[in-house]
Design a protein around this ligand. Structure first.
Ligand code: KG4
Ligand code: ZN
Length: 347
């Protein structure tokens, strides 16, 4: 048995639609997808402006839908259901997507499936392949969420560590903003860090560019303290030359990555039966983090799964995938549009 699902994603600053076929054995195939990023629109404000984002979703959705129909022909006859992100996210943005999906569902007489955005990220590592064996551990590192989730089965989640205040993506973006990179600066900061080669003989500079080890004893992820330490460090070195900027980016990236790796090792130690691990979300595109976690998984003899880079950031194919998996597993996600919804409450 298989289902072909049209996924719709508008939770933040990416408008996306995707068509995915999901099979009973949990394998999937992306048929086509369209995405429109709002990054340029929000750049001048240094962050997402919710009202502008909602309006842009409203403009972009019909255009993407007609693009998709131009590529693959009549959609109505190709789909079994429509899945749409209803949580978590910016409420106005979610409402635009949900109402658009509701309209299509009524007009085409197709079932409407609610989807959880973070659940979408969790399974993004398995797009175009089979979901790995349960249970698996996942580190979700998106712009607004940093969570370690134990996936016991589809729709059965235990959140081992969650965001208390700021997420890793926010720490990257805020640091990047302070260093003058355009929004969202995570990827630019990381690129700049790559141009620095650690010089183990320049002890003086290393001492100057030092950040505290954080979150060693706490249960959740709290990046606000590190963010403050980073901003003080950047202010102390306000007059640095361009070559030192790369060094500063390097130290900041090391510090954020080190925290994520430390917490993941802690989870591997606490849950020794875990044999598979997925790194997902926008920050999963970070090469340093990918490299460190590859090594960590090898050390712990854990299979490492990563989404293709384009599926780290928000996309609609991951929403179609979880929509399809929920139909096949007969585990629908029942929620109205809401800004917050813990994965643990997904039943
Ligand atoms: O998952 P995502 O697309 O959006 C949310 O659902 O929040 O994640 C976006 C986040 C931003 O904070 C962005 O700066 C960060 O992912 N990001 C990166 C890299 N690429 C994207 N952070 C660090 N290194 C990267 N290469
Ligand atoms: Zn996301």
């Amino acid at each position: 048995m298989s289902v072909t699902v049209l996924g719709i994603e508008t939770s933040c600053d990416e408008t996306a639609i995707g068509l995915v076929t999901v099979l009973n054995d949990s394998s999937s195939l992306i048929i086509d997808e369209k995405i429109s990023s709002q990054i340029k629109l929000h750049r001048e404000y240094g962050g997402v402006v919710p009202e502008l984002a909602s309006r842009e979703h409203m403009t972009a959705l019909p255009i993407l839908l007609s693009d998709l129909e131009s590529s693959i022909g009549n959609l109505k006859n190709k789909i079994d259901a429509i899945a749409v992100t209803v949580t978590p996210g910016l409420k106005g943005c979610l409402l635009i997507g949900a109402n658009f999906a509701k309209g299509l569902s009524t007009a085409w007489n197709k079932p409407l499936i609610a989807a959880h955005h973070i659940e979408g990220h969790l399974f993004s590592a398995f797009l175009n392949k089979k979901v790995c064996k349960y249970p698996f551990l996942s580190l979700v590192v998106s712009g607004g969420h940093t969570e370690l989730v134990l996936v016991e089965n589809f729709a059965e989640y235990k959140v081992i560590a969650k965001t208390i205040d700021d997420a890793a993506g926010e720490a990257f973006d805020k640091s990047a903003y302070l260093l003058g990179f355009p929004y969202p600066g995570g990827a630019s900061l990381s690129k700049c860090a790559q141009s620095y080669t650690p010089d183990y003989y320049s002890k003086q500079t290393d001492l100057d560019f030092k950040l505290p080890k954080v979150m060693r004893d706490s249960d959740g992820f709290s990046f606000s303290g590190l963010k403050t330490a980073i901003s003080l460090l950047i202010k102390r070195h306000a007059n640095i030359v361009e070559s030192d900027k790369a060094h500063l980016c390097y130290v900041i990236q090391e510090s954020i990555v080190d925290t994520l790796v430390y917490k993941t090792q802690k989870a591997f130690t606490e849950y020794p039966n875990i044999k598979s691990f997925a790194l997902v979300g926008g920050v999963a595109a970070n090469e340093k983090l990918r490299g460190e976690l590859t090594d960590l998984c090898k050390k712990n003899q854990v299979e490492f799964y990563l989404p293709q880079t384009k599926y780290c950031t928000d996309n609609a194919s991951m929403i179609a995938l979880v929509g399809g998996l929920s139909v096949l597993a007969k585990k629908p996600f029942q929620s109205e549009v809401t800004a917050r919804f813990s994965l643990e409450d997904r039943i």
